[in-house]
Design a binder for this molecule. Structure first.
Ligand code: SAH
Length: 392
């Protein structure tokens, strides 16, 4: 039997607007005997059904799966996953030139807490909530049943630091096959993706469109790709006529993968150098050597409480790049912290720029690709912010 939570009077507004989170402050009845990860119904104070979702004791108490009283079973997951798949197909994913894409992006696909990335014939699943973690075997069966996906590997990757507070067991396991890595293509470029040893699910698919945009700005230019991970932006720059590309990351493994991906794409020796170094140190001495700089740091603010510290980090980083980049330079600058919203990110870059007294134009305002959709009712889902700046 599905148990119910009753909201305080007049607290149903956000659910009626399809926002997928129920905050603890809105829940009125004392919550007894409901365990974390359980599917519950959320009722209004006057007893109307509002939504069904995964319960977890915490500040977000329910993450909504459905606004109907439908069973949360294999058919439910099949219909959500198929609908997500059709949205990807509409956006041209996958294609002959691009075999890596995100199939499920949490709230954006009506499945809060669930991420599924596809690398060719492999699916990598992450569950950020206990409710989703409990559903993983059903989800895996559904994926296997979709013949168009033609999967030979399903890997559940959940030894993740950000899931611990949700009580999700830290575990990695194969649900189908045993392959650990493969080569994908993205806009015809090849990338070696190691989902076992790699960060997140192995590759940062959310930057696909932004990497393509970088191609336009690099012919004849000296390019610096900071926080390069496996060299995504570097490969595009080298393939689009940059005269020199330097890649920087503090992780030795990232540098190894960057070099490997450069070799994978180009038969002839390319003007590329990868540095294992701290980006903050590197920029201090070298930022003045470049025409184009990419700043794509990891999320500095993983929580709301860390926002102030994160803003200082983004400001220092951008200040260093804006003050030193060559005249007429182009800066691709990003933040993937959900807690730093678009307005705050813009303000942070503004204050970094103002200190340098240089003239700065915004040429593009960027976000994540279409395989990381945002529910219009859940603007928090827009986590990737980017600006392309021209610095006179
Ligand atoms: N731009 C990449 C993704 C960046 S992920 C892409 O398109 O694939 C963030 C990367 O920053 C990670 O590889 C991490 O190792 C690196 N990193 C984190 N802090 C760093 C620092 N202070 N200096 C250099 N690299 C850092």
């Amino acid at each position: 039997m599905i148990r119910s939570l009753v909201l305080k009077p007049a607290k149903e507004r956000s659910l009626l607007n399809f926002h997928p989170w129920v905050f603890s402050g809105a829940v009125g009845s004392p919550v007894k005997d409901i365990s974390d990860g359980e599917v519950v119904d959320v009722m209004s104070f006057d007893g109307r059904f509002l939504a069904r979702g995964h319960y977890h004791l915490g500040s977000i108490m329910v993450r909504v799966l459905s606004y109907r009283q439908e069973p949360i079973d294999g058919d439910f997951f099949m219909s959500r996953i198929q609908s997500a798949r059709y949205a990807r197909i509409a956006a041209g994913l996958p294609s002959d030139g691009t075999t890596g894409y995100r199939l499920i992006h949490g709230e954006g696909d009506g499945l809060p807490g669930l991420v599924i990335d596809i690398y060719g014939q492999a699916a990598i699943i992450q569950a950020h909530t206990l409710g989703m973690a409990k559903a993983v075997s059903i989800i895996s069966e559904v994926l296997s049943d979709i013949s168009e996906l033609n999967l030979t590997t399903i890997y559940y990757k959940n030894a993740l630091s950000n899931s611990k507070h949700q009580g999700v067991a830290s575990e990695n396991k194969w649900l189908l096959g045993t392959s650990e890595a493969d080569i994908i293509v993205e806009n015809k470029y090849k990338f070696y993706v190691d989902w076992v040893k790699g960060q997140k699910t192995g590759f940062f698919l959310d930057q696909r469109e932004n990497r393509l945009l970088l191609s336009r700005y690099v012919p004849g230019k000296k390019v610096l790709n900071t926080f390069c991970y496996s060299g995504g932006f570097s490969v595009y720059a080298l393939g689009s006529g940059a005269v020199q590309v330097d890649s920087v990351d503090s992780s030795a493994k990232a540098i190894e993968w960057t070099n490997q991906n450069v070799e994978l794409n180009f038969q002839k020796e390319k003007p590329h150098q990868a540095y294992e170094a701290d980006v903050f140190d590197f920029l201090k001495t070298r930022a003045g050597d470049y025409d184009v700089i990419v700043l794509d740091p990891p999320a500095f603010a993983k929580r709301l409480s860390a926002v102030n510290q994160a803003v200082i980090g983004y400001r220092n980083l951008n200040h260093e790049a804006i003050s030193s980049i060559r005249p007429g330079g182009i800066l691709f600058t990003f933040s993937c912290s959900q807690a730093v919203d678009t307005a705050l990110f813009r303000k942070t870059i503004f204050s970094a720029a103002a200190k340098t007294k240089r003239k700065v134009r915004i040429l593009h305002q960027l976000t994540q690709g279409p395989d990381h959709p945002v529910s219009i009712y859940h603007p928090e889902g827009e986590y990737l912010k980017g600006l392309v700046l021209e610095i006179e």
